[in-house]
Structures are given as C-alpha cells and as structure tokens.
Design a protein around this ligand. Structure first.
Ligand SMILES: Cc1cc2nc3c(=O)[nH]c(=O)nc-3n(C[C@H](O)[C@H](O)[C@H](O)COP(=O)(O)OP(=O)(O)OC[C@H]3O[C@@H](n4cnc5c(N)ncnc54)[C@H](O)[C@@H]3O)c2cc1C
Length: 393
C-alpha cells in the first residue's frame, strides 16, 4: 500500500490547488497555505491546453471550467503594415475536436477551488510562507507549521522557497478584461496583430466571470518591460489612437478602457531549475520553471507537474518519488522552455530581422505539411509525452 504523507503546499494557485486535490484523493493529509486574504486569483484570461484540461478532468474541475470558459479552435495573427497573416494555428478544424479553453483566471480558480473544497484539504489564507526548513513551514506572522513529510512549493514566479534565478525578459505586456463588444471578430479564436516584433495586440474571448453570464475578452498590448511608466504618462487617448491605427478592429475593445488601472502590467522572466527538488521540498509550476506566455503553456505545465508529482508519490517513496517526478517531467519541460526562448523574440523584441524571418520564411514553411500538424502538437502541449514514464495524462 502507498505510504500516506503529511504534506504542506505553499501557494493556492493553479498548480498548488490541483496537486492538493490529487494528493487528497490518494489519502494524503494536505494543508495548503496562501498569502491571499480571501481565496482569490489575480490577472485576466489564459488558455488551458487540451492536456491541461485532461488534468482538470482528473480532479473533477474540467466541466465547471468549460462551462465558464470559451473554446478556442484557432490562433490567427497578422502583420499590421502588410496586412498579411503571419500566424495560423488550428487546434482541430472539426467543431467537436480538440480545443484550447480560454478562461478568466477567476473562473478557473473557482472551478479548481470548488474541487478542492469537496475534499478533505485544509486551506489557510493570510499565510505567507517565508521559509521551509527541516519539514517545517515558517509563515510571515512568525508562526511555524509542521512537521510535514513533504513541502510542495507552488508559490509561483515569486516563490521565496525556490532557488531559481530567472532572467527577466525585455518585453512584457499590459493585460485587461473588457466585455466582448459588437465585433465581427470570431469568438472561437485568439486574434493577434503585430507590428514587426515591437508591438503586439491580442484579443482572447474568455467566456464569463463567476456568477455572471456577460461574455468577456482578455486584451493585451505588448511593450518593453521598462516602458510602462511612459505608457501611463502618454495617456489612454494616445495609446488608443496608436493601437486602432495599427488594428482598427481593436477599437471597440480599447474604447472600454477608461482608466489605466484597468490594464495590469505583467513582466516576464525565463528560467528552469535543473533539479526541482531537495530533501523534503519539491517545486512545481512557475516555482520550477518560468517562461513568457507566448506559447500559452505556463498553467498547463503547472497542471502537468501536479499530476506527475501525485503519480510519482504513488509509485515510489521519499526522495525516489521526487527524483521520479523530476525525471518524468524533465524533457517535456526543457523542450517547451527551449521553444519559448526561440519563439518569444520573434513576437516580442526590438529585433528587425527576426520578424522578417518569421514572416517571410518561418510562416510560409509552417503552413506546408507537416508544419500545421507540428504546430498543433506544440500548442496542445503534446510535442513529447508530458509525463514520461509516469504514463499518459
Ligand atoms: C499575463 C499572463 C498571461 C498568461 N497566459 C497564459 C496562457 O494563456 N496559458 C498558460 O498556460 N499560461 C499562461 N500564463 C502563465 C500562467 O499564469 C502561470 O504559468 C501559472 O499560473 C503558474 O501556476 P502556478 O500554480 O505555478 O503559480 P500561480 O498560479 O501564480 O500561483 C501561485 C500562488 O502562490 C501564492 N503565493 C505566492 N507567494 C506566496 C508565499 N510566499 N506564501 C504563500 N503563498 C504564496 C499566490 O498568491 C498564488 O495563489 C500567463 C501568465 C501571465 C503573467
């Protein structure tokens, strides 16, 4: 029989809540600690890829997420100055085929948190973890919790427990949530517009917020990480004029932004822990690997890490289980991190030649078989078996 552990989870985000539910199902005693005052997510929308949705299904959160989110069949991007498509990726052209699930973070959080609450898991808010040592978790209020057999670090990109030193990326983006307006843009696709690689505008239909039925869009505008103060200073009218001259279809989305605080600046970084565990401590999600959201894989990766770790603890004990988790995820994580590093500067950088290469060579080649199939596998998260020897998702 599998050993039952007393486990602390630092961070009630996408990965932390999911691993808590999976481990509770295996009979482990799980306590989750998060810094938030009330359980709540931050940010706008994201896309959960098909393999990530399969993990949500394992904890019974998939249907709830799908009922609030919006299916995405395609990602389409065009270059503003030449008005030519330079990105065209289908999940599956069939309406009943594989889709991405675009969803507001609040709705995703609600779906996962509801699944956690249905289980015997303790979730403590106002519990900022500052240290993990010898099986104990130290909180910001000076108290210590434990001992635990295992501490799972799922505290995201700013985890105080992770030794990962990630490299800040030169570009980030402002993100906001607006109502889906009266627009001819399709509701089954992520639509993007680029000018070279130094401007990117995106519109993602994300379904509705918890307790609402109004359809929403996540909108984003890419900019150098240090340019945010200048953007605020220049004023919303200047931004709207620039954005809508590049992409007139963006006008009804931009018109809903009346206050700069509606748009949140997200800064990105890139890095991967070589060994995502040490004695009694294991890192998952952004605490273990960070990348720009260009490939839309971060949440997916956190969900896959959660499933891999829960399975590894089912197959092996102690450090052997942590090593098995790391080995099983290693190649999938490294491959996606490498692809993110290669793709991101084509869409977010000051480079003049990378967008030319993208538009004149990479895009045309990507549309010739087997290019479309390979692109579909990349976005679906199935380029490589995500769980290695731990089996299928
Ligand atoms: C703008 C933007 C767009 C994105 N779009 C996509 C997308 O389309 N698809 C995709 O797959 N990914 C996307 N991502 C990435 C994705 O959001 C992350 O990779 C994912 O949320 C990581 O999950 P996680 O569980 O590791 O961390 P998080 O979901 O960030 O959760 C971390 C949790 O830890 C808590 N916490 C932090 N510090 C402490 C502490 N000291 N003590 C206790 N609790 C703590 C936080 O409150 C939070 O609840 C996007 C990211 C950004 C910024």
């Amino acid at each position: 029989m599998t050993k039952r552990y007393k486990i602390a989870v630092a961070g009630a985000g996408i990965g932390g809540l999911t691993v808590a539910a999976l481990l509770a199902d295996k009979g482990h005693q799980v306590s989750v600690f998060d810094q938030f005052d009330q359980p709540q997510p931050v940010g706008s929308g994201l896309v959960i890829q098909p393999v990530g949705q399969a993990v949500l299904d394992r904890i019974g959160a998939g249907d709830a997420a799908r009922s609030k989110g919006n299916p995405i069949q395609r990602m389409l991007g065009h270059e503003a100055e030449r008005n030519r498509n330079v990105l065209n990726v289908w999940y599956d052209k069939r309406t009943d085929g594989r889709v991405g699930l675009a969803i507001h973070r609040a709705s995703l959080f609600e779906a996962i948190y509801t699944a956690v609450r249905a289980r015997d898991v303790s979730v403590s808010s106002r519990s900022r973890v500052v240290e993990a040592q010898a099986g104990r978790v130290k909180l910001a209020d000076g108290t210590t919790q434990g001992p635990f057999d295992l501490i799972i670090d799922s505290a995201g990109a700013s985890s105080p427990l992770s030794p990962l030193k990630s490299r800040p990326l030169p570009y980030g983006a402002i993100w906001g949530t607006v109502d889906w307006p009266d627009t001819p843009l399709p509701t089954n696709q992520l639509t993007q517009c680029y000018r070279r690689a130094d401007r990117m505008i995106g519109v993602l239909p994300i379904g509705s917020l918890p307790g609402e039925t109004i359809q929403k869009a996540a909108i984003f505008w890419s900019m150098p990480a240090q340019a945010h103060p200048d953007w605020r200073k220049a004023g919303l009218d200047a931004w709207k004029a620039q954005a809508t001259s590049l992409w007139p279809a963006f006008a009804p989305f931009a018109a809903q932004v009346q206050d700069p605080d509606q748009m949140t600046m997200a800064r990105y970084s890139h890095g991967t822990l070589r060994k995502p565990w040490s004695s009694g401590l294991v890192h998952i999600g952004d605490a273990a690997h960070r990348a720009s959201p260009q490939l839309g894989q971060g949440a997916n990766m956190a969900l896959l890490d959660a499933l891999a770790l829960a399975r590894a603890l089912d197959c092996a004990e102690g450090e052997a289980a942590l090593a098995l988790y790391a080995r099983s995820r290693r190649w999938h994580v490294l491959t996606y991190q490498a692809m993110s590093a290669a793709f991101t500067p084509q869409y977010q950088s000051d480079s003049r030649w990378l967008p030319v290469l993208r538009d004149r060579l990479l895009y045309p080649v990507s549309q010739i078989p087997p290019g479309p199939k390979a692109l579909t596998a990349i976005v679906c998260g199935t380029m490589l078996p995500p769980l290695g020897r731990l089996g299928r998702v």
